[in-house]
Write a protein that binds this ligand. Structure first.
Ligand code: FE
Length: 415
């Protein structure tokens, strides 16, 4: 079985790695390009944002290949009592709806409510083809509850899918962030599924997703050559939500049922905070759809971290959520809590060192990650009115690279 899964991983990786450069060319032709218009965008140059189709292609080719091979080998029975074939058809149809909505959004930009309608439709399709949350629990408080009403179970599933889809979509603000966080969440889920002896179908889907993401990430990491775009971010969230449901479908342990929520803790927390923040600020439900610059990744960059550092910090937090879930599953709540405590201590220590580092490198040269322009404090930047002797930290916040126009967060210390 694991041999086949390794092949699925490789196929997804190769297809997505080979397809991504083409999506960059197509993006420029069809106008799926992010042109910086407002201050919320972190980028200052036009960026293709059509990586999604490459990731979807890698995923689908790999999954379809593997399902055919495994059916021939008789190592998976798609027509069993679980009726995976129906669920898979529903998932493929849902992906088509998500992809079409995303592609239109990437090329033309559609209204948030229209986008939500597309996500809802995709979720309803998947649910009507039999993918449903059947058990819920609040660990340590309630036992596992079976949801008897199919209406409640359908509603709950639709809410879960739409919520996770949007949560991943909202982390799509820095180079490599949404794809990397999804990748880390997938790896955590894969370990949990393997320990839990979860259904094979969930393991196949998640492996294909990991492969497709790894093939795309080299093009997406700072400084990015392409964005994953709405097509990709929506697809990633959509698949994470569904794979989580499939992976724990046969489990009745109260703790295991909430593990996906913990693994996806970072994006879920960010979306919950965003909703609360926007309602308080806008004083209306409509305000929820107004994008703002209050996300965790924005806050980190505002604190003076470079984009690459901010992304790594959030990767770390995401990995910690995953490890917490794995330890909770494997060794229980006390070991998980002590891990959490150590992680928070390490984080606090790291932050203290970061503040120290900053003053140490005060007079260091800084290099633009995009165009390799070097800011030298001894020379300054005469055209922008920056006197010689101005350290990089003291440059005004809105100062941009004189060569390519990127912001300060795209600069790294040159040692
Ligand atoms: Fe530059």
């Amino acid at each position: 079985m694991w041999g086949n899964i390794a092949i699925a991983f490789l196929i997804a990786f190769i297809v997505s790695f080979m397809a991504t450069p083409y999506t960059i060319k197509i993006a420029e032709k069809v106008g799926a390009v992010d042109i910086p218009k407002d201050k919320r965008r972190m980028h200052h140059r036009a960026m293709p944002k059509f990586g999604g189709p490459a990731v979807i292609l890698g995923f689908l080719v790999s999954v379809i290949y593997l399902l055919i091979i495994m059916s021939i080998e008789n190592s998976i029975d798609l027509f069993s009592s679980e009726d995976y074939i129906t669920k898979l058809i529903g998932i493929f149809l849902g992906i088509i709806v998500i992809a079409i909505t995303g592609i239109i959004d990437d090329i033309k930009t559609i209204k948030p409510l229209t986008k939500l309608a597309g996500q809802l439709l995709a979720a309803i399709i998947v649910v009507s083809f039999g993918v449903r949350i059947e058990h819920i629990s609040v660990p340590f408080i309630t036992e596992t509850l079976k949801i008897d009403s199919s209406i409640i179970s359908s509603l709950l599933t639709i809410i879960w899918i739409v919520a996770v889809t949007n949560a991943i979509n909202l982390t799509d603000g820095l180079d490599g962030l949404s794809s990397g966080i999804t990748l880390i969440s997938c790896i955590s889920l894969l370990i949990i599924f393997a320990l839990n002896a979860s259904p094979l179908i969930a393991i196949i889907l998640i492996t294909a997703l990991i492969g497709a993401l790894l093939g795309f990430l080299p093009f997406n990491f700072a400084p990015a050559k392409t964005f994953i775009g709405d097509t990709g971010a929506n697809f990633l969230g959509f698949m994470l939500a569904i794979i989580s449901i499939l992976g724990i479908a046969k489990t009745y342990t109260a703790v295991v049922i909430v593990l996906p929520v913990i693994v996806l803790g970072l994006p879920i927390m960010d979306v919950v905070l965003a909703i609360i923040r926007r309602i308080i600020k806008g004083k209306s439900i409509k305000a929820v759809f107004q994008a703002d610059k209050g996300h965790l990744h924005h806050k980190l960059v505002a604190k003076g971290f470079t984009q690459r550092q901010a992304v790594f910090i959030l990767y770390g937090i995401s990995a910690a959520c995953g490890m917490f879930a794995i330890i909770l599953f494997d060794s229980g709540i006390w070991k998980a809590l002590s891990f959490l405590l150590m992680f928070i201590a390490a984080l606090a220590l790291g932050y203290k060192n970061f503040e120290k580092d900053k003053s140490f490198y005060k007079d260091a040269k800084h290099e633009c990650m995009v165009c390799k322009y070097i800011y030298n404090p001894k020379v300054g930047n005469k055209k922008a009115g920056i006197e010689p002797g101005t350290s990089f930290d003291d440059l005004p916040k809105n100062w941009v690279c004189p060569v390519c126009g990127e912001g300060k967060d795209m600069f790294e210390i040159q040692e």
